[in-house]
Design a protein around this ligand. Structure first.
Ligand SMILES: Nc1ncnc2c1ncn2[C@@H]1O[C@H](COP(=O)(O)OP(=O)(O)OP(=O)(O)O)[C@@H](O)[C@H]1O
Ligand SMILES: [Mg+2]
Length: 233
């Protein structure tokens, strides 16, 4: 990777001196980093070090108490409704705990982002897209099941499918291989590798050194809410 070339370009996502506090405790402290288009970055660090919080701040799901997060140069917290919707459509997020809607079926969970971001899409088209996405992951179970009928690993697979259903250019993945069987890990790994080859931007949290080493161009190590180190592979 040509570092000088990277530096000459504007970052896709930028964190400028971000701090985040909860219950009077600083969870993320003066965190700055630039994520460039087409790169894969891994965030690692010990349990409770602030990785998930940093990822949510970068995705605009949490608003920093100090500093700002930027997407394509726009302060995410200052975006208007249209800009925000556009950012949501262009990005996908897999939550560490999957965060599926408890009272919705798999089909409804996967359909909602398509309904929101592609209002002109027909039901037939939505079904086709959902079927293709599920087939791509080897999903064989019914579509009318609710999350409480799924194992943690199955919930992760649906969460991943929801994150990519709108074909995002930017992916945020939090512990995306946790609690998955080997075959599913391989499927998701191959999919993320393909996204990487397609030039999409991926920011993921993982404590798996093999996954991190084989996918990431950049590795950020977070310790106690502080960006301790960042390395390029
Ligand atoms: N909303 C909140 N209110 C209070 N404390 C919080 C909140 N969110 C996170 N924390 C605390 O901040 C710290 C960092 O949390 P975070 O989930 O970002 O860590 P993590 O590095 O992702 O951990 P893990 O490896 O276990 O997923 C933890 O000690 C957590 O308890
Ligand atoms: Mg976490």
């Amino acid at each position: 990777m040509c570092v000088h070339h990277e530096k000459a370009r504007a970052p896709l996502v930028a964190l400028h001196n971000i701090s985040f506090t909860a219950l009077n405790t600083a969870i993320v402290k003066r965190f700055s980093y630039q994520f460039f288009e087409g790169t894969v970055s891994a965030i690692t660090g010990g349990a409770g070090s602030g990785k998930s919080t940093v990822l949510k701040l970068a995705a605009g799901l949490l608003v920093p108490h100090e500093g700002s997060a930027f997407y394509r140069g726009r302060d995410i917290a200052a975006m208007n409704k249209k800009e925000n919707l556009n950012f949501r459509r262009e990005s996908g997020f897999v939550f560490q705990d999957s965060a599926l809607w408890a009272n919705q079926s798999i089909y409804q969970i996967l359909e909602l982002p398509l309904r929101v971001h592609f209002p002109a899409m027909t039901e037939t088209m939505r079904k086709k897209k959902i079927a293709a996405a599920l087939a791509g992951l080897g999903w064989t179970k019914e579509w009318d099941l609710r999350p409480d009928r799924l194992s943690m690993g199955e919930q992760k697979l649906i969460a991943f499918t929801r994150a990519v259903i709108c074909d995002p250019k930017l992916l945020f993945l939090d512990e995306w291989t946790e609690s998955l069987d080997e075959l599913s890990v391989e499927k998701l790994f191959n999919m993320v590798q393909r996204y990487k080859a397609e030039g999409r931007t991926i920011i993921f949290v993982s404590h798996d050194p093999v996954i991190t080493k084989s996918l990431a161009d950049f590795v950020l190590i977070v310790n106690n809410g502080v960006l301790e180190e960042n390395n390029a592979f």
